[in-house]
Design a protein around this ligand. Structure first.
Ligand code: GLV
Ligand code: MN
Length: 216
């Protein structure tokens, strides 16, 4: 009996933890973000529901290709609670990603979201790396109409492996998924991470660290 009680408690506790690890469910129909509010809450303060209008739930422009003329050859256009105030508290957002031929969306993570990703045009090689100690690369070449998932918090990337431009759309399980670009975070922080730390971490000499830092 005591054993069953313990097991039940364990199940309840792990269920609670799993639930708390994600954005809490809304306690009203919506909570449109109030850009004028100075109140600091986890999320954004709500506008008076009586003053909510259709524009609060609307964004236009995802049909437009992003400008991929940059060092990576890719451009992410994000539609989150900043662009659509009505997404506040709803735990979801969207992105369009454009890739020039051989363009790369470099390794990054979303600390608050799982990403489900679908290719609209072209062919993309995608991948994510599992956590320590395996650090296994799970990778696949996707074509138009294929769907792939990048689990929450894991480092992932995409690369255009076709001859033309490629386009994908990603849905993310947070109104504000956050983006940590690995290279920027490690080599482009402000102030910089001490060189001796990076020398040890990456097992290279100082000149290599300085050279990479100079690019970010
Ligand atoms: C793609 O990985 C994205 O975050 O938009
Ligand atoms: Mn991503």
């Amino acid at each position: 009996m005591a054993k069953h009680f313990l097991l039940l408690n364990l199940i309840v506790v792990s269920f609670c933890c799993a639930v708390l690890a994600f954005e809490s469910s809304p306690m009203q129909d919506f909570c449109v973000a109030d850009p004028a509010s100075t109140v600091k809450v986890n999320g954004l303060a709500c506008k008076d529901p009586k003053s909510v209008i259709s524009e609060d739930f609307f964004f236009s422009g995802l049909h437009l290709a992003g400008n991929t003329s940059n060092t990576f050859g890719s451009k992410v256009t994000r539609v989150n609670a900043t662009q659509i105030p009505g997404l506040n508290t709803l735990g979801i957002s969207l992105a369009r990603v454009d890739y020039a031929p051989w363009g790369v969306n470099p390794p990054h993570t979303h600390p608050r979201a799982t990403e489900i990703f679908t290719v609209l045009e072209g062919s993309l090689q995608v991948g994510f790396v599992t956590s320590n100690p395996e650090n296994r690369l799970i990778t696949k070449v996707l074509k138009k109409g294929d769907v792939f998932v990048f689990p929450i918090g894991l480092v992932h990337y995409q690369r255009n492996v076709g001859y033309g431009n490629a386009v994908a759309v990603a849905a993310l399980s947070s109104q504000n998924p956050g983006i940590i670009s690995i290279a920027n975070a490690v080599f482009g922080s402000e102030p910089a991470i001490a060189t001796d730390i990076l020398v040890k971490a990456f097992q290279v000499d100082e000149t290599v660290v300085a050279q990479i830092q100079s690019k970010f």
